[in-house]
Design a binder for this molecule. Structure first.
Ligand code: GTP
Ligand code: MG
Length: 202
């Protein structure tokens, strides 16, 4: 599958105001600054479609993009940015939980993890919440260019081992670099495959 057109549609603070769930949807979540917006731009081969920043907390709304006029990509605010106020963190947390649990056309939520970090409690708890609510998700390791090939392998293996302490099965896992455009084909192929379920159901 190739992305031929990508356009910004709308930003929202509330799930109920998001576009009608008539197209299959894929969203990107993870800690603030993990690289959600950069990954969306990399997938769409666009520099400025989703707004990125080296300062955490850039994306503050639920942003819908229409791809090939057929499906939605969604850029979400990051969770757990320690330097924002508790009120702001709580607001994002409610928005995100509401979004992931209520969006009926959400085919897959891509949970982004910075490949340089050891497993963090906040991410593990977030994925636990997804599993409990039966939200379909995949893991995307970001910023792979910042590590050597061998190191990234060890990091991912360690992460899997940690997940298998709690779970019997692993979700799909992708290794990406927005900088080096790595992991693009794999994610698009996956979206294509998951999208077939939409065609069958609708
Ligand atoms: P918030 O919207 O603030 O939650 O952040 P975000 O997750 O959308 O992150 P964003 O895409 O804005 O990227 C944060 C910073 O990481 C920016 O300075 C990016 O240039 C950098 N970055 C993102 N992806 C990569 C990558 O694959 N490699 C490298 N080296 N830097 C990256
Ligand atoms: Mg962002």
């Amino acid at each position: 599958m190739e992305i031929n057109t990508a356009r910004f549609l709308v930003s929202n603070q509330e799930v109920t105001k998001c576009p009608a769930p008539q197209k299959p949807e894929y969203a990107f979540i993870g800690r603030s600054n993990v690289g959600k917006s950069s990954l969306i731009n990399m997938l769409c081969r666009s520099k400025y479609l989703a707004k990125t920043s080296s300062t955490p907390g850039k994306t503050q709304l639920i942003n819908h993009f229409v791809i090939n006029e057929k499906w939605y990509l969604v850029d979400l605010p990051g969770y757990g940015y320690v330097r924002s106020s508790k009120a702001k963190r709580d607001e994002f947390s409610v928005m995100i939980t509401d979004y992931v649990c209520k969006r009926e056309n959400l085919m897959c939520l891509f949970v982004l993890i910075d490949s340089r970090h050891e497993p963090q409690k906040i991410d593990l708890e977030f994925m636990e919440m997804l599993a409990n609510n039966e939200v379909p998700f995949a893991i995307v390791f970001t910023k792979a260019d910042k590590l050597g090939k061998e190191k990234i392998k060890t990091q991912v293996e360690n992460y899997k081992t940690r997940l298998l302490e709690d779970w019997e099965e692993l979700p799909s896992i992708f290794i990406t670099s927005a900088e080096k455009r790595e992991g693009r084909d794999e994610i698009l192929q996956f979206i294509d495959e998951v999208g077939n379920e939409w065609k069958v159901e609708n």
